[in-house]
Design a protein around this ligand. Structure first.
Ligand SMILES: *Cc1c(COP(=O)(O)O)cnc(C)c1O
Length: 368
């Protein structure tokens, strides 16, 4: 039941997520697949994403924050879980007690985990070319030696070793792969036996040979959004999992010259019909797509006119008269005629990742 608020629903096709996981596993060919469900499942709802991914056979779930992992545990998800963005000053007891593997990127984090979460399972993250998170090469020998010592003392267990690619070019990726292989050799020389070696996210899981690795960490692909610039998920055999729908809340006919929305950045060149659609940038619809975007309304693509506002946007229907309550598909599978995340990304000058992930909290996530 509503109390009068407009309908804004992100329908989440968990079957599509399951199928995408199967497809990515086939493309990657690794024995294991980790489905990344950070940032509320890239905006799809972490629990819907987790359920779809596990139904599709994902072996692991991955998140950035330990809190995201604990929320999944609280919701009853008991699959293996890895969290890799840590506050080095934290108490890691709750994560370890919930059997959440911790992705370690600094020596301080290693010490802190041993001190606050004895027995925790960790996966060491090594920096190989992204200059972001990960143990820097100059600390590898010290970190591996310390981890081996802590492991022998029973203070923690090193289950895996991983890194992350910059997807800059084939040559750059190859260099990162070599550095990773070097890290693996040095970890083994220090006495570690990490059983899970993983490097690739979606793009490399599809595009690079994974035979040297035990697992891939696929995020965007499981949601049916392409990691590539062409945005064509269908070409990869992936199906978009999110369909964002709403309904027209008002219609009006305007005369030639009528200005539409703030700043009148669009004026009707001739008399026309306008439909008011109750989603805006508070819901993650990018303002940068003003006067460029289209939505699917009454069987056709219709242009968004004027600036996209916080809660609403205006669509021109020309001489077609649409009714209040008419469904609008704002985002979905392009095979159905809906605008895709990739199209929104092009209209807004961003990437499909950002489009789905920023869908806002007023939009209800409903599985279907
Ligand atoms: C987000 C993330 C991924 C997933 O990346 P996609 O491009 O969405 O597949 C994998 N690994 C790490 C470390 C990440 O932060």
């Amino acid at each position: 039941m509503t109390v009068g608020e407009p309908e804004r629903i992100a329908w989440i096709d968990t079957g599509a997520i399951a199928a995408n996981v199967r497809r990515l596993r086939e493309l990657a060919g690794t024995p294991r697949l980790l489905a990344v469900v950070k940032a509320d499942g890239y905006g799809h709802g972490a629990l819907h994403a987790a359920r779809g991914a596990l139904e599709g056979g994902a072996d692991w779930l991955g998140v950035a924050d330990p809190a995201e992992a604990l929320a999944l545990r609280a919701a009853g998800v008991d699959a293996p879980l890895l969290a890799w963005l840590l506050d080095g000053g934290a108490d890691f007891g709750p994560a370890a007690a919930a059997s959440v593997d911790l992705g370690v990127s600094t020596l301080d984090q290693l010490a802190r985990i041993a001190a606050t979460a004895p027995g925790a399972a960790v996966q060491l993250k090594v920096e190989t070319g992204l200059s972001r998170n990960g143990l820097p090469p100059e600390s590898w020998d010290a970190a591996f030696a310390r981890a081996a010592e802590l492991e022998r003392a029973g203070a923690l267990r090193v289950r895996g070793l991983f890194s992350h690619l910059a997807n800059t070019s084939g040559d750059d990726d190859a260099l990162q792969e070599q550095r990773f292989a070097d890290a693996v050799r040095r970890a083994r020389a220090a006495g570690l036996a990490p059983g899970l070696l993983h490097l690739a996210a979606t793009e490399a899981a599809i595009g690079r040979d994974q035979s040297a690795y035990d697992m891939v960490r696929t995020g965007i692909g499981i949601y049916g959004v392409s990691p590539y610039d062409d945005g064509d998920a269908a070409r990869l055999g992936l199906t978009p999992a999110m369909t964002l729908t709403t309904r027209v809340v008002a219609v009006r006919r305007v005369p030639a010259g009528a200005g539409v929305s703030y700043g009148s950045t669009w004026r009707a060149p001739a008399p026309t019909n306008l439909a008011l659609v109750p989603v805006g940038y508070a819901d993650g619809i990018p303002r940068a797509a003003s006067n460029r975007a289209e939505v699917l309304l009454a069987g056709r693509r219709r242009p968004v006119r004027g600036r996209i506002a916080m809660d609403q946007l205006v669509v021109e229907t020309g001489d077609d008269e649409v009714r209040v309550g008419e469904p609008v598909v704002v985002l979905g599978d392009p095979a159905t005629g809906a605008p895709s995340a990739a199209e929104w990304a092009a209209w807004a000058g961003t990437i499909g990742y950002e489009i789905v992930t920023r869908i806002g909290p007023r939009v209800q996530r409903r599985p279907r």
